[in-house]
Design a protein around this ligand. Structure first.
Ligand code: ATP
Length: 324
């Protein structure tokens, strides 16, 4: 049997430490210098005597194409695909890895790095890479929106707007969590539009007027905004929406959310599901954000837990675990 004929679950095979590594690296991610990052990766892998190929991507519109080529090589040579970048980059590479029988490693380089942080994978490249070198794959749950993967969250309405404005602020004022917070406040000063949502899940149909709907697959982020996350990860995702409130109350609610106390608010509805269909009255297409990247999608939207798990390589030795 050739590697490409292996069943998809073979991606969770144990690593021997001899696999060649195909590293897709977004040179535009994070605040650090991409050259320093590449030098660090080369130094550690040369020292460890590992065979590897660095695939730097300068134009992010070519990320998926580069990731597909890396997956093909990894299938042919029983290798591992590693993504280096922010959650957007990890999303693009993970989307090509899922179901292909190839283990997946990450070197988080973004601003928030919710995905890596929730599995204890360090934002420090050296620690993350050393952790990878002695790590093993673990199957992790990912979500899908209309068939496209998300690692951390997928959303529509106000939340994608917040992200789009944040990106514009980032271009102007640089990358920091403070700039992200400030741009969020500015977005809220413009009156957000209410959406008429028709939700269908677990055999229930309900309608909801809300400026935004966010579906989360990340415990850390849910805990950060104060939403209960116990049901997450057992084949369930968590949806959050603001109940219909006046504009002024909405500002209060969203400010509380930015201050990490969204879950306290009686105006937030959240529920767990394995499959959720969302219609949006009067809209055939809506703007959505998936792991921070914005795109347009046809309605109705279908959110679900992906049937396949992603074989994420996580550090086996606790000295490399980093939850900061
Ligand atoms: N799937 C994708 N398709 C097109 N462009 C992408 C994709 N993923 C990321 N990008 C772009 O690549 C650049 C780097 O994104 P990435 O999310 O990797 O890092 P970041 O922006 O530093 O992280 P953060 O979102 O945490 O600030 C951004 O300009 C982003 O828009």
């Amino acid at each position: 049997m050739t590697p490409s004929q292996q069943p998809p679950s073979a991606g969770a095979r144990s690593l021997t430490g001899q696999e060649p590594l195909f590293i897709v690296l977004n040179t535009g991610s994070g605040r650090g210098d991409a050259q320093t990052l590449q030098d660090t990766v080369r130094r550690i892998l040369d020292e460890a005597g590992r065979r590897y190929e660095l695939i730097p991507v300068e134009d992010p519109s070519r990320l998926v194409e580069s990731a597909r080529a890396a997956v093909r090589r990894a299938q042919e040579e029983r290798g591992v695909v590693i993504a280096a970048g922010g959650d957007g980059t990890l999303n693009a590479v993970a989307g090509t890895v899922l179901g292909q029988g190839v283990p997946f490693g990450i070197l988080p380089q973004g601003t928030f790095n919710y995905f890596g942080r929730s599995y204890g994978i360090s934002q420090d490249t050296e620690t993350a890479l050393r952790g990878f070198l002695q790590g093993q794959p673990r199957p992790v749950q990912v979500g899908q929106l209309n068939g496209r993967l998300f690692l951390v969250n997928a959303s529509l309405g106000l939340y994608p707007q917040l992200l789009e404005d944040r990106e514009a602020y980032k271009q102007k004022y640089g990358r920091s969590r403070l700039v992200a917070l400030w741009s969020g406040l500015v977005t809220l000063l413009r009156a957000p539009r209410q959406l008429s949502l028709m939700l269908d899940y677990e055999g229930k149909a309900r309608t909801l007027r809300s400026p935004t709907l966010v579906v989360g697959n990340n415990k850390l982020q849910l805990e950060h905004v104060g939403i209960p996350s116990e049901e997450l990860g057992h084949g369930r995702l968590i949806a959050m929406a603001a109940r219909p409130v006046g504009t002024l109350a909405l500002y209060g609610l969203l400010l509380r959310g930015l201050a990490s106390r969204l879950g306290d608010a009686e105006h937030v509805v959240s529920f767990a599901f394995d499959r959720l269909t969302v219609g949006v009255r009067g809209r055939r297409r809506v703007k959505v954000a998936m792991d921070g990247e914005i795109s347009w999608m046809d309605t109705p939207l279908e959110f679900k837990v992906a049937a396949e798990r992603l074989p994420l390589v996580v550090p086996a030795d606790p000295q490399y675990l980093d939850r900061s």
